[in-house]
Design a protein around this ligand. Structure first.
Ligand code: COA
Length: 369
């Protein structure tokens, strides 16, 4: 094989798999998840129904919601029973390190791949919630198996599960459930391609999600909104960031050349929270900063449109439902694990070993005279 020619270091536009799970149209700003537009799915489907859709191709219905609600609830209870032996991992200072380390300590080598997917999805929510409580010096709350996944996650984190907040969080979990070949999903598929197990694939995906260019952005977005609110001049603050060589968090995307369609879905979900304290000013600051950032980046990046991505309004929404900014990325993992598991299952059925090439530019051995 020759390694001459173009090096695709970011793999832009390189198609590495066929998938029935999701499709991103970056020019039109459209996201389709297993045949449904993301806005439609977020408004009408539960997280349980999305798991059934992604893992088994079952269309959303009351029956799939109930059967997956029971399965996920039972799996949350089992995951909670594992917490005592995971205590050192969950005590790690960074919540994503804690999630990665705690997931690495479980084993879900059951016969059924659906049982494995359910176990790891439930464990992600339970461990993320336990770490969120631990971060405030509070003991983990046991799952309530009568609740649906989104509501119980919120309750396990906050101790309460108000109806509008639970609905908004449910829409968030559905909106974020899958997004074609993003970096963490690719990591999960690469690990799966070697014949490795489900937990190893999900742990790799959690590691990839942690980075600020992927799932680590929403906490810094909230920091930015706070800083701009304090500074008073959005444009001036953003200009100083760019002058310091920093990127504007929550702006830009590898695939979208227009505004990320999930930003609009999350903005809509935020409307459910109109009565939450502090919500309205935060949303107003968010919209103002988005407009200022967009105008500034348009002036600077001629030829490349940089618009709001999903993380921008993730920050506003998760803050409004009462989550601490340190727990935003573990909450992203709580949603995306549904997609990661679906890609693991799909790659097992259809994929091959992922093994790209590199071009060696190092020293060659001296040729003997
Ligand atoms: N703020 C300022 N400039 C940005 C930018 C941002 N948020 N996003 C991209 N750019 C600029 C880069 O500096 C680069 O400019 P240059 O060509 O003058 O060097 C150009 O746009 C292309 O950037 P590149 O890193 O090659 O694009 P990418 O496709 O790899 O980047 C992201 C995609 C998401 C990593 C990038 O937009 C980013 O870092 N965004 C901020 C982090 C974020 O919100 N992540 C969540 C993603 S969902």
């Amino acid at each position: 094989m020759t390694t001459e020619g173009r090096v695709d270091s970011g793999l832009e536009g390189v198609v590495v798999a066929e998938s029935a799970l999701s499709r991103v149209d970056g020019e039109a700003g459209r996201l389709i998840i297993a045949g449904y537009d993301v806005a439609e799915l977020a408004e009408h489907a539960s997280f349980e129904q999305v798991c059934a859709l992604l893992w088994e191709g079952l269309p959303p219905s009351a029956a799939t919601h109930e059967s997956y609600r029971v399965r996920l609830a039972e799996a949350r209870v089992r995951a909670f029973e594992a917490l005592p032996r995971l205590a050192p991992a969950l005590a790690m200072p960074d919540p994503m390190d804690a999630l990665r380390a705690s997931l690495a300590l479980i084993s879900v080598d059951e016969d059924s791949v659906l049982v494995q997917a359910t176990a790891v999805t439930a464990a992600t929510a339970v461990f993320a919630a336990a770490r969120a409580r631990g971060g405030h010096g509070l003991p983990a709350l046991a799952p309530d198996p009568t609740l649906d996944h989104a509501r119980d996650y919120l309750r396990m984190v906050r101790g309460v599960d108000g109806a509008p907040a639970a609905s908004a969080l449910g829409r968030y979990l559905v909106t974020l459930c899958d997004h074609d070949m993003n970096a963490s999903t690719f990591a999960a598929r690469v690990v799966t391609s070697t014949g490795s197990d489900m937990v190893s694939a999900i742990v790799a995906a959690v590691g990839a999600l942690k980075g600020p260019l992927h799932g680590g952005a929403p906490g810094p977005v909230l920091d930015m909104l706070d800083a701009v609110a304090e500074h008073g001049d959005a444009r001036g603050w953003l200009e100083a960031e760019l002058a310091a060589g920093r990127r504007i968090m929550g702006m830009g995307h590898r695939v979208y050349r227009v505004r990320d369609p999930r930003a609009a879905v999350l903005e809509g979900a935020i409307q459910l929270l109109a009565t939450e304290p502090g919500m309205r000013p935060r949303l107003e600051v968010g919209r103002h900063v988005e407009q200022a950032a967009r105008a500034l980046l348009r002036e600077r990046s001629v030829g490349r449109r940089l618009e709001a991505n999903v993380e921008f309004y993730t920050a506003v929404l998760l803050d409004a439902v009462g989550l601490d900014r340190r727990d935003f990325t573990p909450t992203f993992a709580t949603a995306r694990v549904a997609g990661w598991c679906a890609h693991v299952l799909e790659h097992r059925r259809t994929g091959r070993l992922v093994r790209p090439a590199l071009r060696y530019v190092g020293r060659l051995p001296d040729v003997a005279a």
